[in-house]
Design a protein around this ligand. Structure first.
Ligand code: ZN
Length: 178
């Protein structure tokens, strides 16, 4: 179990292709636990493996958002596939742990259904509405290399880049001192 540093954009690891998970072994379970620890450390609603610099197709969703009890384990989705989205859309601000303190208005379907493999190795389907749908689609985007900045124009993108480069530089200095 470990909290690992979140990969901050424009780190190229956020854009690298991801690979499917075929068997749930100790290293897959370790990735899941690291995602949980890292998500809770940052008060996130979800987190995807590339945000820890890992390229396996896995993301997690905070249990309460997923309709479970607060004390339940986060939902683990491996090799997810979005199988349904509603025509009805929602348009609100979205954040991302890889874009600290940046919020971007993103239009997304109001509802979606995702099929994925769980930690027990079995396929399951999960539905989301409003924020849950937004979270499922946002985390799924991470596994295809799609990021928040892909929803803004070039000017705003370069402003965000400048701002986050400062955050990354500060992170690098802190690591060098540690
Ligand atoms: Zn994100």
């Amino acid at each position: 179990m470990a909290v690992r540093p979140t990969v901050i954009w424009p780190d190229p690891r956020l854009r690298e292709p991801t690979v499917a998970i075929t068997t749930v072994d100790d290293s897959v379970r370790e990735l899941y636990r690291d995602l949980c620890d890292s998500m809770y450390a940052e008060n996130g609603l979800g987190m995807a493996a590339p945000q820890l610099g890992d390229h396996r197709k896995m993301f997690i969703v905070e249990p309460k958002l997923a309709g479970l009890a607060e004390t339940d384990q986060p939902v683990c989705l491996m090799n997810p596939e979005v199988i349904e989205t509603s025509d009805e859309v929602q348009d609100s601000e979205e954040g991302c742990l890889s874009f600290p303190d940046i919020y971007i208005k993103v239009k997304r379907p109001m509802r979606c259904k995702v099929r994925a493999m769980g930690l027990d190795g079995q396929l399951f389907e999960i539905e989301g509405e409003a924020l849950m749908a937004r979270c499922l689609l946002h985390e799924n985007d991470h596994l295809t290399g799609k990021l928040l900045v892909d929803f803004v124009g070039p000017l705003k993108r370069s402003m965000i880049k400048k701002k986050l480069q400062k955050v990354k530089d500060a992170q690098g200095e802190a690591e060098a001192e540690a």
